[in-house]
Design a protein around this ligand. Structure first.
Ligand code: HEC
Length: 341
């Protein structure tokens, strides 16, 4: 009996490890190392830096200083770059100013370019500011090569396209993000080219509870992935969770939530992934999810959900994949009684 329990526990651990890897594979595909032989200096190295640090103010939505930096044409029109002449490029002048200079770009403290990013931009302009040349077609000194070797490239919009949300104009309120961070929740930008955030309570799962869920509400327009699995979250925070309307991915597995939580999760109309395995949810809870037309994956093993209930939801949401785990050989109808030794 004990052995059987142990095996079950090990199987669960193994299976959750595998599903974790599968879930992350798609995010990995969207990010890869920069390849100096095949990749272009502008498209794969410079444009991502400008996209992460400059085009929020000088881009498609805003033209601060009456200029934009998000396309080749706009950069050329801005006349802030002179190929081969860093000393005549006003863009270089502005990014190289000391941090406390009021003209330094970007102007906000938290978004400063790193020393490496400044070096790379200087290098590209010194090398002629070509928009077409591959990295390997330029002169790449060792220090620049080392920086490039550490770069990761993700197609602009690849991650946001993956969950079909419009990109945000403004980053989340730094004070609100700071408070979440201070509570020990891992909160970060989902990718370099998006302002959407992911939050993960895995490191503090034991102490994470409904009070901390309240901290997430102020960043609700930015929070799109949330993992509070194995945490102390309960139905008490259901109405707070129901406000996190930009969530596309939600991990609630192995918590004490019930159908009451699903009633509010049913309002998260952007949700594509929901994991409630190892909770007390039932078919009645699934009824609340019928309006989640974007839902693609639902994990419900080791819950009170039956095949009939799952099928009903599948009818309501075409294309939904519901993972019920394996079929147990002997289904126990009654919940386990506490053992009397
Ligand atoms: C938070 C908004 C913001 C961000 C981010 C930002 N800028 Fe600016 N930028 C401005 C504003 C506002 C001005 C106009 C006022 C000024 O010249 O200081 C400006 C002006 C400039 C100018 C002068 C334009 C001219 O015609 O002389 C350059 C060059 C520039 N920015 C480059 C950059 C670069 C490069 C980045 C990214 C590394 C960047 N900026 C990021 C707001 C921003």
């Amino acid at each position: 009996m004990l052995l059987q329990k142990l095996i079950t526990a090990l199987t669960i651990t193994a299976i959750s490890a595998v599903s974790f890897m599968i879930q992350n594979a798609s995010a990995e595909d969207e990010k890869r190392k920069v390849n100096p032989e095949a990749d272009k200096a502008y498209e794969h190295v410079i444009a991502p830096i400008l996209a992460s640090r400059c085009t929020g103010c000088h881009g498609p939505n805003k033209a601060k200083g009456k200029m934009r930096l998000h396309t080749k044409d706009e950069i050329q029109k801005s006349k802030t770059i002179v190929g081969g002449k860093t000393e005549e490029s006003t863009l270089i002048e502005r990014i190289m100013l000391p941090d406390d200079d009021e003209d330094v770009m970007p102007p906000e403290d938290k978004d400063r370019l790193s020393a490496e990013q400044k070096k790379i931009i200087n290098w590209w302009i010194a090398e002629g500011a070509s928009f077409d040349k591959k990295i390997s077609e330029l002169n790449v000194p060792d220090d620049i090569g080392a920086i490039i070797a550490g770069l990761v490239y993700s197609k602009p919009g690849a991650i946001t396209k993956a969950f079909n949300l419009p990109e945000l104009a403004q980053p989340a309120d730094p004070g609100a993000v700071g408070a979440i961070d201070k509570a020990g929740v891992l909160i970060m930008q989902l990718a370099q080219d998006t302002k959407y955030l992911s939050a993960n309570a895995i490191n503090i799962a034991k102490s994470f509870n409904d009070a901390q869920v309240k901290l997430l509400v102020p960043v609700k327009s930015h929070l799109t992935w949330l993992d509070v699995s194995r945490s102390g979250i309960t139905d008490q925070s259901a109405s707070d969770v129901g406000q996190l309307s930009m969530l596309t991915k939600l991990h609630l597995e192995n918590t004490s939530i019930t159908d009451q939580m699903l009633q509010h999760v049913g309002k998260l109309s952007n949700l594509e992934y929901l994991n409630v395995y190892g909770t007390k949810v039932t078919d009645a809870g699934l009824e609340h999810l019928k309006g989640l037309k974007k839902l693609k994956k639902l994990y419900v093993w080791q819950t009170g959900i039956t095949e009939a209930g799952a099928n009903k939801l599948k009818e309501a949401i075409p294309g939904l994949d519901i993972n019920m785990g394996w079929k147990e050989p002997k289904k126990e109808d009654k919940p386990e009684e506490p053992k009397k030794e």
